[in-house]
Design a protein around this ligand. Structure first.
Ligand code: FAD
Length: 273
């Protein structure tokens, strides 16, 4: 669905507002909707634009993430030392790979926000739901420290916490974890090779049905084109044309989107070969 004007929000009252559309906000919204609540989910940027995006899609639970006590995380880059450390860890676990810096296409880093702990300046990895009513914000809950792997449990816990406070205005419905029709089509088009090209028809559907408003949304958060070894370079011009046609961008807007995409790549993937 193409993004609707914010003024439309005033027409419908909501039971619950979820702020932040990362994995945990989205997972919580899904669980809360399933219990019959009308939910508004808002994000200052885009779905999965924060830490959720930085984890790429290669999930692990063992290797270290950068984890400072605060959640200020702009412009974090991998140092040469960290690249070497990662390579030595991988070569230790799978010696046959014998990877060197020459095998690294690009590097990126991100910070995993963790919960505050007065005893540990690095914070704690414990997942916490804070009730802010004692601080003058009744019915405001805040989640800290949630990784990706536990998002369904966190969503369900948050839905339980909501249920203790208000009743839903609608009826409960069954939660589906099946991929959307668009995701299924992407999987079909790419079957066998994960970075196969996506056709114009599917790109148009992603733009129209998934609130895609920039090339960065399209390449990094609606498809995996941005994770190609050339970081989406070969597909950029044709995708920009399709977006321009679908969203009615003029030439200047199209060029501005391409420029923003290049700036994002330079910021997020500084080369460390
Ligand atoms: C390099 C790296 C690797 C990782 N690997 C793994 C892994 O293998 N397994 C795993 O389980 N976890 C992993 N993690 C951790 C995991 O990515 C994060 O813990 C998780 O994504 C946090 O999700 P979240 O929804 O809580 O926060 P976020 O994804 O950061 O979402 C918060 C959202 O809130 C929005 N927002 C912020 N402020 C406002 C505001 N004022 N108003 C409106 N919106 C706002 C942001 O735009 C953002 O979209 C990794 C993290 C990193 C950095």
């Amino acid at each position: 669905m193409i993004r609707k004007p914010l003024a439309d929000l005033a027409k419908n009252p909501f039971d619950v507002v979820v702020i932040g559309a990362g994995i945990n906000g989205s997972g919580a919204a899904q669980e809360i909707v399933a219990r019959g609540y009308r939910v508004l989910i808002v994000d200052k940027d885009d779905f999965a634009a924060g830490a959720t995006n930085r984890s790429s899609r290669i999930l692990h639970c063992g290797l270290r993430h950068l984890a400072p006590g605060k959640s200020v995380w702009d412009f974090v880059v991998c140092t040469q030392k960290e690249v070497d450390w990662m390579l030595s860890e991988i070569n230790f676990v799978i010696p046959k790979l014998n990877l060197t810096r020459g095998d690294v296409h690009y590097t990126y880093a991100g910070i995993q926000p963790v919960s505050y702990d007065a005893k540990d300046p690095k914070g704690t990895r414990q997942i916490r739901v804070h009730d802010l009513s004692d601080e003058g914000f009744p019915n405001l809950l805040m989640l800290t420290g949630g990784p990706i792997m536990t998002y369904r449990i966190i969503g369900s816990d948050l839905a339980d916490a909501v249920a203790k406070r208000i009743s839903p205005s609608g009826s409960a419905r069954e939660l589906s974890y099946f991929p959307s029709a668009v995701t299924e089509k992407i999987q079909k088009e790419q079957s066998g090779h994960s970075t196969g090209p996506l056709g114009a028809t599917i790109l148009k559907r992603i733009i129209e049905e998934e609130q895609t408003s920039s090339l960065i949304d399209l390449f990094f958060r609606r498809s995996d084109m941005g994770w190609d070894p050339d970081r989406g370079g070969a597909k950029l011009a044709s995708a920009a044309r399709i977006m321009a046609e679908t969203l009615g961008w003029d030439d200047a807007q199209q060029q501005q989107q391409i420029d923003s995409y290049h700036s994002y790549i330079e910021e997020v993937f500084p080369s460390h070969r």
